[in-house]
Design a protein around this ligand. Structure first.
Ligand code: PEP
Ligand code: MG
Length: 593
């Protein structure tokens, strides 16, 4: 097991603000194939010793398991322990792994994984069914040793005990949704970026997080002290006394700043020249509704309903949809609630929805495409939303629409759902506003054709940027190319706004861009009517809206559209904001430096 506990500072992508100091808990990476890692020749003995430590730890755990079986009168299962213990001392497993470490200079994890694959293959080739079935024993034992090699102890993120910060190679949104936030104080991952759904969920849960650290799960040991600075993206393992003093002081300043922020919550979002902008919140979890009033959000501009479908084997019934949405609508009244229908796929994998194993999931059978295929699942949600609309303040919105053909199909199913409800004698609002997200470039380009069939557009910049610039939003290697101010993105947004306005419909932005004050003037200048963001950002954005005018925002947009690259535009906007609004741009950062 890793025992080096020296101070290590890493820099990643800050994805959820706040500062936390805690003990590292390495999340089980079962089923995760270890990375191929080559070691120095003089590190061989240490690597073999590490392998033996993991074997000893596995032996100890198996012994504990035997005792626990006996205590629970499950002694018959002791034979499973026997099998695993026998395999643990198997020559092939031990000596072959050692040989691989010595000869190919591979890390113990990689060497062991290779050996396990070989043993499994030899079992597969046996005729005897009993022996063939021992494959899974080999796999389970391999998982156990690999977990011990990486310092992992528990299997289930929901079972974490004690206050910890989670260190993981990657976390799925489901893992994150399962976290018990009374225990998990923050998390850091090797993979991911700001707009991954895991990051979005971390912000909803209000826990500091840093992603894209590339190697944190390799260098951290379980139990290491860890500082996570979700403002700057700095993560320090085994911090010094000075580090601790510095980050505690920063945390105190950040907490004071957060409190001060709330004083802007009550501001109306009106520019100095009298232009009203709706500033609404995005929610993922029902627990967030309380934040809306606290931070002054004027309703919900995006309710990501896929979190209703997570961590369960079945899909929600119409009744459950109805009850949930009615609760939200009543809590938010008189402001509107924009309910987005199921947006599964991409980085949101659900157990209950039959997703294919695709090589390119972001471009695959996901989101609205999947709903149009799985009509039963879709109609249960549509009917639930329609019934909740009887409360009067519900709007429905469809994700990932790529063109008019899909929109016609959606409208047909919506009509069918209305007819069903009429037959069943259920009440609903016949005028419930219907909108679509514009997040696929083909929809942006054909916004003119789509506008006559909807009541509003909401631009999902997270995906629009991903698809327009061909940048995977969860891939940290191309995060530097993910440019919200790329001239192509700005032109697409303008195209959508102009098409919407020409046909008398409002256009919102509900991607992460809406909650970052660097972009507020640009979005206003492009003509966006509504901004929807994480509730915590609402006071900051309202403050910017209050300080500016539409004339100023339009002039800034005219100016920046002359530039040819995202980098130049970014620089121009940053310089403008810094000189015109010193202290407003990213005040979180400035308050805690
Ligand atoms: C978007 O794509 O901008 C968006 C708001 O939807 P999501 O982040 O859930 O994909
Ligand atoms: Mg999206």
């Amino acid at each position: 097991m890793r025992v080096i506990r020296e101070r290590t500072e890493l820099r990643g992508i800050p994805v959820s603000p706040g500062i936390v100091i805690g003990k590292a808990y390495l999340v089980d990476r079962r089923k995760v194939r270890p990375q191929e890692r080559v070691i120095d020749a003089d590190g061989v003995e240490a690597e073999i010793a590490r392998f033996h430590c993991a074997l000893d730890e596995s032996q100890r755990q198996l012994q504990e398991l035997r005792v626990s079986y006996e205590r629970q009168k499950l002694g018959d299962y002791g034979y499973l322990v026997d099998v695993h213990q026998l395999m643990l001392s198997d020559r092939m497993l031990v000596q072959e792994t050692e040989r691989q470490i010595r000869e190919s200079l591979h890390s113990a994890d990689w060497a062991l994984w290779q050996v396990i694959q070989k043993i499994k293959k030899s079992f597969e080739e046996l005729d005897d069914e009993y022996f063939r079935d021992r494959r899974s024993d080999v796999e389970h034992l391999g998982d156990r040793i690999l977990r011990n090699l990486s310092g992992h102890k528990h299997e289930n993120i929901a079972d974490i005990e004690g206050d910890v910060v989670v260190v993981a190679h990657d976390l799925s949104p489901m893992d994150t949704a399962q976290m018990d936030v009374s225990r998990v104080k923050g998390f850091v991952t090797d993979l991911g970026g700001r707009t991954s759904h895991t990051a979005i969920l971390a912000r909803s849960l209000n826990i500091p997080a840093v992603a894209g650290l590339e190697s944190v799960s390799d260098v951290a040991n379980g139990g290491d002290a860890v500082v996570i600075d979700g403002l700057s993206g700095v993560v320090v393992l085994n911090p010094s006394e000075e580090d601790l003093a510095h980050f505690r002081e920063r945390r105190t300043r950040y907490e004071a700043y957060r409190q001060e922020l709330e004083s802007f919550a009550a501001l109306p979002a009106v520019t100095r020249d009298g232009h009203k902008v709706r500033v609404a919140a995005n929610i993922e979890l029902l627990e967030e509704i309380g934040n809306l009033r606290r931070y002054g959000a004027e309703g919900i501009g995006l309710y990501r309903t896929e979190f209703l479908y997570m961590n369960r084997p079945d899909t929600p019934s119409e009744e459950e949809h109805f009850a949930t949405y009615r609760r939200v609508a009543e809590a938010v009244r008189p402001f509107p609630v924009t309910i987005r229908t199921l947006d599964a796929g991409g980085d949101k994998v659900l157990r209950s929805v039959p997703l294919q194993d695709e090589s390119n999931p972001a471009l695959g059978l996901r989101s609205i495409r999947l709903c149009l295929r799985e009509k039963g699942i879709f109609k249960a949600q549509l009917k639930g939303i329609l019934r909740a609309s009887a409360a009067g303040n519900v709007r429905v919105m469809f994700p990932m629409v790529s063109g008019l053909g899909e929109l016609h199909e959606i409208r047909e199913l919506l009509e069918e759902s209305r007819a069903d409800l009429r037959r069943e004698g259920q009440a609903f609002d016949p005028h419930m506003p219907v909108g679509i997200m514009i997040e696929v470039p083909s929809a942006a380009v054909t916004a003119e054709l789509l506008a006559p069939y909807v009541d509003f557009f909401s631009i999902g910049t997270n995906d629009l940027i991903q698809y327009a610039l061909a940048i995977d939003r969860v891939n940290e290697h191309v995060a530097y190319l993910y440019e919200p101010l790329h001239p192509a993105v700005l032109r697409l947004v303008r195209m959508v706004v102009d098409a919407g306005h020409r046909q008398g419909i409002k256009v919102a932005v509900c991607g992460e861009m809406a909650g970052d004050e660097l972009y507020t003037l640009v979005l206003l200048g492009l003509g966006v009517d509504e901004l929807s963001m994480h509730a915590l950002s609402v006071p900051r954005i309202k403050r910017v809206v209050n300080h500016t005018s539409m004339a100023e925002a339009r002039a800034l947009v005219e100016d920046i559209l002359r530039h040819g690259t995202g980098r130049e535009i970014h620089q121009a906007v940053e310089e403008y904001m810094q000189s015109r609004y010193p202290g407003i741009l990213d005040p979180m950062e400035q308050a805690v430096h």
